[in-house]
Design a protein. Structure first.
Length: 157
């Protein structure tokens, strides 16, 4: 058996490492479109065409390897691992390439990283406990009845 058929990280790593190229290309093309609206000569700059070619190659490669991984592995496993790894590489790319975090205050950086890690932990919990089935009746039985409260949680006098 090939390595790519036994390890999901091969496909996901290829997709995730190419991800920042597509995100950066889209950001560059967005800036070019904004400049075009201000009637700047964007079409004379070869960077516009380079960004377009990089975007097409990056997206087509990502789609190709993502489809291959979805053919071999479970969809929920692929999407959760891909989401975390793609987001991680894009955040690292934006830190390095665009230096957007230099202008952020410490509280904003902490908030961004907290949200990012909350999403990662949430995806892990969703995947780890997807086969656990708990019914509402099981939860109701496990909750202790306090004689000072009624069925709706209101204090009884």
């Amino acid at each position: 058996m090939l390595l790519t058929q036994t390890n999901i990280l091969v496909y996901i790593s290829i997709c995730s490492l190419i991800g920042p190229f597509s995100v950066s290309s889209v950001k560059g093309l967005g800036i070019a479109i904004k400049d075009m609206l201000y009637q700047k000569p964007v079409f004379r700059n070869p960077l516009l065409y380079i960004l377009t070619v990089v975007l097409v190659l990056a997206v087509s490669t990502q789609i190709n390897y993502l489809n291959k991984s979805l053919d071999v592995f479970n969809t929920s496993l692929v999407t959760s691992i891909y989401y975390v790894s793609f987001t991680t590489t894009v955040v690292i790319c934006s830190i390095i390439l665009f230096k957007e975090w230099n202008s952020m205050e410490l509280g904003d950086i902490i908030g961004t990283l907290s949200g990012f890690f909350t999403i990662i932990i949430g995806i892990f919990f969703l995947h780890a406990f997807k086969n656990v089935s708990i019914t509402w009746n099981q939860l109701a039985v496990s909750v202790k009845k306090d004689p000072n409260f009624d069925d709706y949680g209101l204090l009884v006098k």
